[in-house]
Design a protein around this ligand. Structure first.
Ligand SMILES: [Zn+2]
Ligand SMILES: [Zn+2]
Length: 435
């Protein structure tokens, strides 16, 4: 996953820095507690006030190594504007809850002259973006009464280059995983399930999966401690019923514990791994159950039994992978969870359109993407006040250093692809061959 590469300082408010703490600024803002947004905060020399959400402060405090800096953090409630005086001028800050991970915030920064929105990381699924219209602090901007000079946007999608992929809603990915998991026998104690991703932000997927299947959950101490803090907060209470209940809930056994903590002891561990960039052809080819009735005799010869569970289910090798044979089906030892905490290009565009700002500034960029067409005026001209490249500070800066990308790229419509669509997958091969 690419990292936050934003320089830190807001161009409109050069004394305010966000998610970067080794720069020269008077006020610092922290959008959420992921390591690529904390750069410089734990430097010996850092001694400034940092505004963040209350939950972000609590999560930050869980790591003892952060103790010396905890006193600089001021936890602020969402939707509670507060004023600071910067260079004799009043600046109003409002934290808006962001759909990314527990505690994550967007910052609305307003003054007499300039107004900007800093998104931090966001997954701008349609339901969330539409919900922002109901926020009374954003409403003046979504209804067109006031205008944002800039949206500092989570542009993680950019690193995958064009064509930019569409991403299914998280609940679709979770539902697909649940469907798959429901095929495994519940009465075989040798089968247990391991969530491979432990970053803050997976709690939603864990809770929905475990509670839907009536399973139980084991967590390592570090993750359990974090989950307890998270589940005490508004919007996250539903996590409480499943997190950390391993022996009490019964049913299938799930784990969110650090690598190898429990899995060596289990005869058939099933790994549940996040994936975002998967196409339907690969998905069907290697990750769905195999109906043995559809195999030819030659195909069946490729199945090698390596062990049996105590319940008598065969553990087999087939096509270079390990499977468990249940009745007449082979079930895989790895399940893909299509789940993204960052937005697709289409979602970003919809988000920007909701505000129709003057400009967009990307917070995730990578070397080389500019020449490939990662030009803000190209990507967002239809959803900003005016598409003129001179309005986009990022473009102006990059034009000066690298020059403008070649004209076929600049005039080409921005290409997106739905990898869950067979026709799109085939078209992609042709598109990539062309550019
Ligand atoms: Zn993040
Ligand atoms: Zn465990």
């Amino acid at each position: 996953m690419p990292q936050n590469s934003f320089g830190g300082k807001l161009l409109e408010f050069p004394d305010i820095a966000v998610d970067k703490f080794n720069v020269d600024a008077k006020i610092f803002l922290l959008s959420h507690c992921h390591s690529d947004h904390l750069v410089g905060l734990a430097n010996k020399s850092f001694q400034s006030t940092v505004y963040c959400s209350e939950l972000t402060k609590q999560i930050f405090s869980l790591d003892n190594r952060n103790a010396p800096w905890l006193r600089y953090l001021r936890g602020i409630a969402f939707n509670s504007p507060f004023s600071i005086i910067l260079n004799d001028k009043k600046v109003v800050l409002t934290l808006i809850s962001a759909y990314h991970c527990p505690g994550s915030a967007m910052f609305l920064v307003e003054s007499e002259e300039k107004n900007v929105l800093f998104t931090g990381d966001i997954r701008a699924e349609t339901w969330w973006t539409m919900g922002l219209k109901k926020n009374m602090y954003l409403f003046p901007y979504t209804c067109g009464f006031k205008s944002l000079d800039c949206i500092y946007l989570d542009t993680t999608f950019g690193y995958r280059r064009e064509p930019y992929i569409e991403i299914p809603p998280n609940t679709d990915g979770i539902a697909a995983a649940i469907k798959m998991l429901s095929l495994y026998p519940t009465d075989d104690p040798d089968i247990e399930f391991f969530f491979a991703d432990h970053t803050l932000g997976f709690e939603q997927a864990w809770s929905m999966i475990v509670s839907s299947l009536g399973g139980s959950m084991h967590m390592s101490n570090r993750i359990l401690q974090r989950s307890v803090v998270v589940s005490k907060n508004p919007n996250c209470e539903t996590y409480e019923s499943v997190l950390g209940h391993f022996d009490t809930n019964g049913g299938q056994k799930f784990h969110a514990c650090e690598e190898g903590f429990c899995s060596q002891k289990v005869k058939f561990p099933v790994r549940i791994k996040q994936c975002i960039n998967l196409n339907v052809i690969d998905f069907v080819g290697c990750l769905l159950p195999v109906d043995m009735k559809t195999l030819t005799d030659k195909g069946k010869q490729g199945i090698q039994v390596v062990d049996y569970t105590t319940k008598g289910n065969a553990i087999v090798r087939y096509r270079g992978r390990t499977w468990i044979q249940v009745n007449n089906e082979l079930l895989p030892s790895e399940i893909k969870l299509v789940f993204s905490r960052h937005s697709s290009y289409s979602e970003c565009k919809e988000f920007v359109k909701t505000f129709n700002p003057v400009s967009v500034y990307p917070c995730v960029t990578s070397k080389g993407t500019w020449e490939n067409g990662f030009v803000m005026s190209r990507l967002f001209k239809d959803v900003c006040v005016s598409g003129g490249i001179e309005n986009f500070a990022f473009d102006v800066i990059n034009c000066a250093t690298h020059g403008i990308p070649i004209s076929p790229i600049m005039v080409r419509p921005v290409k997106t692809i739905n990898r869950w669509d067979l026709q799109d997958c085939e078209n992609e091969l042709r598109f990539v061959a062309k550019y």
